[in-house]
Design a protein around this ligand. Structure first.
Ligand SMILES: [Zn+2]
Length: 128
């Protein structure tokens, strides 16, 4: 098991939702150790630590891997940077990342949230 060589408790974030290997904290991302040790990727689990303009604290990634979701995070920016919003990051089946939005007060915000979720699907590849 090659990944044992880089095992460091200080870097341990949680278990990979795809292959159950350790997920580690690296400079720019949290990455499955299987992904780190095999350059072409045995497992593709990797999440950038900066998403839509928001740097996500490592504690939130721990929570994400442990409980399947983060706390409500503030300060995300829409891709065009015109609006900012709050969202909870959720772990989808297969290790994908999704947004969960707080109940919007107004209909327009709800529409905006749906729109952003769709945009996110299109754009998330940029963050991987
Ligand atoms: Zn993995």
């Amino acid at each position: 098991m090659a990944y044992r060589a880089i095992r460091d408790d200080a870097l341990y974030v949680g278990s990979c939702p795809i292959c159950d290997t350790e997920v580690l904290d690296t400079k720019d991302a949290v990455v499955c150790a299987s992904h780190l040790s095999v350059s072409d990727g045995e497992c593709r689990f990797r999440i950038s630590k900066t998403l839509l303009g928001e740097e996500i604290p490592i504690e939130e990634f721990k929570k994400l891997l442990d409980e399947g979701k983060t706390s409500l995070l503030e300060g995300f920016h829409s891709p065009n940077r015109l609006t900012s919003f709050s969202a909870t990051l959720i772990l989808k089946e297969g290790g994908g990342l999704g947004f969960e939005f707080p109940k919007p007060a107004k209909k327009e915000e709800k529409m905006n949230a749906l729109h952003l979720d769709k945009k996110w699907e299109e754009w998330k590849m940029n963050f991987q």
